[in-house]
Design a binder for this molecule. Structure first.
Ligand code: SAH
Length: 479
């Protein structure tokens, strides 16, 4: 309890606290030594917890009615000129019952909220572990969330505290397991109170877990990571631009890696972490980079190979799997995590041009002969597929887009819409829609993706002078 809380209790006429039907209040027991016989006590007893109720409004109805009545009881004291101290365990505005009184009374009566020490701080102190350091993100989660949601949040954060255990424990435990964070997790029951217990979360028996307990995932920086039995490689994609399109799973894998390997442009998108080694390279030596990553993993490192977009779309995943198929790497675990690919991000910005069947092609003839590219363009165009064209051009590859345009015009009308999506999600983002006949190779660079419509793709300008929207209908006309 803070000094200010003790002062306020001493000055109050009325002491109020919430309790369940059994009448015991943890807040009251904590403050007990400061209560006097001349204090008027108001026990605000919940009519229901999660049991069924015969209230016509169900659980919600019963609870709302209870809060109204409780607020009215406090208001009666306040109207009579008495000062009321409402006791709240931990901090009053942090998942506490007090806030329901606050919302009903604070605009009518002078109110002071005394901040308190939360169970989060108490648990970290009892574990004696740093909770969050430097740029680390601490996530507070109610254990009542669905398992999938908990899993994603635990995978994507540095540190976490999961509140409201008890019945939720098996779900919470599974979420820790599925996010790969169970070995780091601690359990704390009744922190700083009688009956306190701390344990490794993995060792806790579900039947022994009360509501008054929480799970703590401490700082990664401040605590040694649990040793991995052997190293491994995870191949990830950052999405086409910033963190908005980074999946929680990938964010977690990047944070957990001891080593990052990748093209420097993509590595630069990943925040720097103390203790993590970064091995940047240029864009040309994929096979060497893959073997380098596998060699590190053989020596017990946790390696993340970083691509832009999705790692399996014209990126590092195949190079890693190809290298990993050599006998010497047979025992290195390799995982590929999906990412948002440029075609999806570009399509979303333009509307829904990929709403029907489409083909993705790379126009780069560095890794395959132009004849193959030309054949595939013919085939896809004659099948009336929408085309997502990656790597359309660069400073050194300038003629491919012009050639592709001539080829496509053999199958498609000159006014077929083409989306020129440049630096999507980045600071120089631009989206333009042009006619296929007007597609200018000079307007295309390494950071551009082209989407060429099918015979069905439509454009419309919505509103007055609004942006042009492109979409491909899902229904195809019958012959
Ligand atoms: N693995 C990546 C693709 C790598 S190939 C992915 O899944 O997106 C590189 C090509 O992707 C670029 O030449 C460009 O055509 C496209 N690209 C990647 N990010 C882009 C972005 N933010 N905006 C537009 N095009 C992008």
């Amino acid at each position: 309890m803070t000094v200010r809380a003790v002062q306020v209790i001493a000055e109050a006429d009325v002491i109020a606290y919430h309790s369940a039907r059994h009448g015991r209040s943890i807040a009251r027991s904590i403050a007990a030594e400061h209560l006097r016989p001349d204090h008027i006590e108001e026990a605000l007893v919940y009519p229901v917890t999660t049991e069924t109720t015969d209230h016509p409004g169900g659980y919600r109805g019963a609870i709302d009615e209870f809060y109204e009545q409780a607020a009215a009881r406090l208001a009666a004291h306040l109207d009579a000129g008495r000062t009321v101290a409402v006791l709240a365990e931990g901090d009053p505005l942090f998942y506490g019952s007090y806030m329901h009184m606050h919302k009903r009374l604070a605009d009518r009566y002078p109110t002071e909220v005394i901040p308190g020490v939360t169970s989060v701080s108490a648990a970290a102190a009892r574990l004696g572990t740093p909770l969050a350091e430097a740029e680390e993100v601490l996530t507070i989660l109610p254990g009542t969330l669905p398992e999938e949601e908990l899993t994603a949040r635990l995978a994507g954060t540095d540190a976490a505290v999961v509140m409201k255990l008890g019945r939720t424990f098996p779900t919470v435990r599974r979420a820790f397991e599925r996010s790969g964070r169970l070995p780091e997790a601690h359990f704390v029951e009744r922190a700083t109170m009688a009956g306190e217990r701390t344990a490794a979360l993995a060792d806790v028996d579900a039947d022994s877990v009360p509501y008054f307990s929480l799970a703590v995932l401490p700082s990664r920086i401040g605590n040694p990571q649990p040793p991995v039995e052997s190293g491994g490689v995870v191949v990830v994609g950052t999405g086409p631009a910033g963190p908005l399109w980074l999946t929680p799973e990938t964010r977690g894998a990047l944070a957990a890696a001891t080593d990052l390997v990748g093209y420097t442009t993509y590595l630069d998108r990943v925040p720097v972490r103390p203790g993590q080694r970064r091995h940047g390279s240029d864009n040309k030596v994929e096979a060497e980079r893959a073997e380098f990553a596998l060699d590190l993993a053989l020596r017990g490192h946790r390696v993340a190979v970083v691509s832009g977009g999705d790692p399996g779309v014209f990126a590092m995943a195949t190079a890693v799997l190809e290298a990993a198929s050599q006998a010497e790497y047979a025992d290195v675990p390799v995982r590929v995590l999906p990412g948002v690919t440029a075609a999806n991000a570009a399509a979303a910005r333009a509307g829904a041009p990929l709403g029907h069947d489409y083909a993705a092609l790379s126009l780069s003839d560095r890794l395959k002969p132009w004849e193959v590219i030309a054949e595939r363009l013919h085939a896809a165009a004659s099948a009336d597929l929408v085309l997502a064209l990656y790597n359309p051009g660069s400073r050194s590859r300038t003629w491919q887009v012009g050639k592709a345009r001539e080829l496509l015009l053999e199958h498609r009308a000159p006014d077929t819409p083409v989306v020129l999506a440049r630096d999507i999600g980045g600071p120089e983002e631009s989206v333009r829609v042009v006619r296929l006949a007007d597609l200018d190779p000079a307007a295309v660079d390494m950071r551009t993706l082209l989407i060429v419509g099918s015979s069905q793709t439509r454009t419309v300008r919505r509103g007055d002078g609004g942006e042009e929207v492109v979409w491909t209908p899902r229904r195809y006309p019958e012959e």
